[in-house]
Ligand binder design. Structure first.
Ligand code: HEC
Length: 127
C-alpha cells in the first residue's frame, strides 16, 4: 500500500513536470530554437528579410507599379524609412510591427521584427 501511493506521487510529479516543461518550450520556441536577434547587420540580417518579404513590391523595378513608389532596394533607400532617433524607429518599423506591411500578406515573424528593430536601435548602420 505504501509502495503504491509513493508510485502515484511520483507519477503525479512527473506529469506536472512534463506539463510545465511543455508550456515552457512552446512559449520560448524562438529562444530555444535559435532566434538570435542580437548580432544583426544590414547585409547579413536585414537585407534578406526585405528581399524575401518586401522586394516583390518594393524592389527598384516593382516599386513604381506595386509598391506605391516606395523603393526599398539598397541601403540608402531603406535608410529613408527608418529612424534610430525616433522612439518608434520610423515608419518601416511601425508598418511591420503593426502588420500593415507586408501589405495584404501575413505579418513577419516576431523573430524577424526583433532583428529589424534591433538593427535600427543600434543606429541602422550600413554594415
Ligand atoms: C504586395 C505588395 C507589398 C508588399 C509585399 C510590401 N509592401 Fe510596403 N507598400 C505597398 C504599397 C502599395 C505601399 C503604398 C502605400 C499603401 O498602399 O499602403 C507600400 C508602402 C510602404 C511604405 C511607405 C510608408 C507607408 O506606410 O505607406 C513602407 C515603409 C513599406 N511599404 C514597407 C514595407 C516592408 C518593410 C515590407 C516587407 C516586410 C513591405 N512594405 C511589403 C505594397 C507592399
Amino acid at each position: 500500500m505504501i509502495k503504491n501511493s509513493f508510485f502515484s506521487l511520483v507519477c503525479f510529479f512527473s506529469f506536472c513536470a512534463i506539463i510545465s516543461l511543455n508550456s515552457c518550450v512552446s512559449n520560448n520556441k524562438e529562444v530555444l530554437f535559435g532566434c538570435d536577434s542580437t548580432q544583426v547587420k544590414y547585409t547579413a540580417t536585414v537585407l534578406p528579410i526585405l528581399s524575401n518579404n518586401c522586394y516583390q513590391c518594393h524592389s527598384a523595378s516593382n516599386s513604381p507599379t506595386l509598391g506605391g513608389g516606395v523603393n526599398l532596394e539598397g541601403y540608402n533607400n531603406v535608410r529613408n524609412w527608418v529612424n534610430p532617433n525616433n522612439a518608434n524607429g520610423g515608419i518601416l518599423l511601425v508598418d511591420i510591427t503593426t502588420g500593415r506591411m507586408p501589405k495584404n500578406l501575413p505579418k513577419l515573424s516576431d523573430c524577424d521584427i526583433a532583428k529589424v528593430s534591433n538593427w535600427i536601435k543600434n543606429g541602422a548602420l550600413n554594415n
